[in-house]
Ligand binder design. Structure first.
Ligand SMILES: C[S@@+](CC[C@H](N)C(=O)[O-])C[C@H]1O[C@@H](n2cnc3c(N)ncnc32)[C@H](O)[C@@H]1O
Length: 273
């Protein structure tokens, strides 16, 4: 199959894939992103030996090939992330949230964890702020994502030089081990306090026994239409401790959504204590 065939044949298939993505994951692909999605789906076709986008749409709709469905979900999502992203939100976490976490059981959820950079960043900030022993013994961080591929990467905790080149040298030396080929692995004790699981934010209520003190849900809400954004932040509210926190990206405001979250500052919301 060549790219032109897939694009030409992909008109109807494209629409069906868009609808399937919307139903399964809540991700909305706007018309202006069509070329991007077509290219991503072409790549799935090429790697899986599928003849074109219509055939791919048939396969995912037939609902009996979970492997292809997961590949489509992974290819459709943007996993871009990096360590210490958006310092103003992280500063709030360090200065206001961390000091108030209960001494012996702080629970944090990185709700669209991608390759784990956010979860490990939070572990490092906690180790810097309340001490490494406190973090190791009293803090748990759950990272979840819809994509199994990124979850496997997060669990391994190994990053290329390009992922870590923005990190200050002291942090790199203190929390990563070089593992050859220019790669670095997050040190064992920090990896142990982070757990990663697959979870679709669109499917609620969320299956947790214990509530979280802080939930990071950053750079993912813009995938969803307003109705789903509201459902997600409300479902997060239900699994957050009273007085707990929701951290979004500073560019993702909940202002227009009718939610129970109380705005605190840009990217920071609080559950009524
Ligand atoms: C741009 S990354 C953001 C990563 C990190 N939170 C950050 O801010 O750097 C968005 C992540 O959301 C995940 N995602 C997209 N739709 C999702 C859904 N329905 N449920 C869970 N995760 C989803 C993607 O797989 C991707 O890894």
């Amino acid at each position: 199959m060549n790219g032109a065939q897939a694009t030409m044949g992909g008109k109807e298939g494209y629409q069906r894939i868009c609808e399937w993505l919307q139903i399964r994951s809540g991700i909305t692909y706007q018309e202006k992103k069509k070329l991007l999605l077509v290219q991503r789906m072409q790549r799935v076709c090429e790697t899986c030996g599928i003849s074109g986008i219509d055939a791919l749409a048939d396969l995912i709709e037939s609902n009996n090939n979970q492997d292809i469905q997961l590949k489509v979900l992974h290819a459709a999502t943007t996993n871009h992330t990096y360590f210490f992203r958006e310092p103003q939100v992280l500063d709030f976490f360090r200065d206001t949230i961390l000091p108030t976490l209960p001494y012996n059981s702080g629970r944090i959820w990185s709700a669209a964890a991608s390759t784990g950079n956010e979860a490990y960043t939070l572990a490092m900030i906690a180790a810097q702020t309340r001490g490494r022993d406190w973090a190791k013994n009293n803090l748990t961080i759950l990272g979840t994502d819809i994509s199994e591929v990124v979850i496997a990467h997060a669990e391994a905790g190994i990053y290329n030089a390009s992922h870590v080149d923005q990190i200050p040298q002291s942090v790199l030396n203190g929390y990563f081990d070089p593992v050859g080929m220019g790669q670095y692995r997050v040190q064992d004790d920090l990896r142990r306090l982070c757990t990663f699981r697959r979870l679709n934010l669109k499917v609620s209520p969320y299956p947790f026994n214990k509530r979280f003190h802080a939930v990071f849900c950053r750079n993912v809400l813009y995938y969803f239409d307003r109705e789903h954004q509201k459902d997600i932040v409300e479902a997060i509210y239900d699994v957050t401790e009273p007085g707990g926190w929701l951290l979004t990206s500073v560019t993702e405001s909940l202002r227009d959504l009718e939610t129970r979250w109380v705005p605190v500052q840009s990217g920071v919301y609080r559950k009524v204590p």
